[in-house]
Design a protein around this ligand. Sequence first.
Ligand SMILES: [Zn+2]
Ligand SMILES: [Zn+2]
Length: 463
Amino acid sequence: MSRRGVLAGGVALAAQSGALLAQSTPAQSKPAAPGRKFRGWVSRGNGPGRTTLQDLTLRPIGGRQIVVRTEATNLCYSNSSDVLGLPMPGFGPPPGGNNPKNAPPRNIPPAFLAMSRMALIQGHGGVGIVEAVGPEVRRVQVGDRVCVSGTPQCGSCYQCLRGRADMCQFLGRQGPSDLVPIADMRDGTPVYANSHIGGLAELMVTFEEWVVPVFTQASAVDLGMVCSCVAVAGLGCTASQVLAEVELGSTVAVVGCGPLGLSAIQGARIAGASRIIAIDPIRVRREVAVKVGATDVLDPNVEGDKLVETVRKLSNGPTNRLWAGGRDSGELLGGAGADFVVEAVGADRAKPKLEAGPDPTGILPLEQAYMMCAPGGHIVTTSLPTGSITLPAVVFTIGGRTHHAGQYGGANPMRDIPRFVQLLDKGQFDAKSLATTVVPIEGMLDAYQQVIERTTITAIMTA
Ligand SMILES: [Zn+2]
Ligand SMILES: [Zn+2]
């Protein structure tokens, strides 16, 4: 079967019998209104101006496809290059680097080039109401409220079966040859949905694997925030316990307090950490960090080379008497350092208008995050830095730190997203402090400008 066939194809369910199967025979199976019109931000070509608001006509759906009427979608920083037509970090000239201003992009993979020529609705997540489902869909019904998850979960691939739904292999099925046209522009140009999601539109056309039903009365903005890729990843690293567990009474350091780091702080608080050290160059973000659960905040520009040492001191605990459960501050085999570190910095995609961090590539904070972790501790990395890291080899080999890398902070979407929505509903997760810009669909580009300049924590587009 072709790659596109993996998603679009499939056969109708064979004869069904028994209550369970009958239940999944979708009375809800209902095609979307033929010729349904909607608006969507379509990106194509290169440079600023590549994304424009277009009137679109929905194509018929089939198989496991689902049409979702968008309520809210998060404007993720990682998608900003594609939306605003900025050079991709690691491919184009680095922001603030020495390359000539108009140096041609380099090393761009052919798939990226092909995608840049397709008419693509960007956005890799969102929440909304199911408007139509294909005949094979079982997970949701028309009228359900859903999170369209940035990371899919099929439940049956090698990774899903081994408990690593964050690595579900459907994630690798969103290249140019996997995408299917979901709508047409007025001139007949076929339009595709980025990541099989295309959140920057009034309708999202996705597949069953990407959809998680959520049963809640939360507002669209709050729900859009807690279900965003960044909040799920932040809560995933500290509260889903797939990659590693935040222990009661432990010390957690969160390096980078964007929406992901601020969600990780909340997850650490909920998981029972007693000391939460938040590190970010932007004053406003440190203030929000305290509001959502940080006990200590550090400015990496002020700390400079002393940052790791300061975190170790803060993590020392009440005693250094080794016969009394104490820890000492030795760098290699001593006990001090954060028990659990979340790294959430990454590379700048444009120069920030608020306080810039010490390294626009995100490499220095990543190395510092590793070094501030206690021997015996865990570090979860979540960011998109550019370049290579250098660590003292002996710390890496026998230093006792365990590193975890995963999509979504390791979250298991079908299990964890409903749990995270519960945290919102019960007042344990503060969405409002993170969604600092809310715009209707027409305001998307302006809001993305705030996101890329880091003058807002994150932005939610409602549709
Ligand atoms: Zn994202
Ligand atoms: Zn899977």
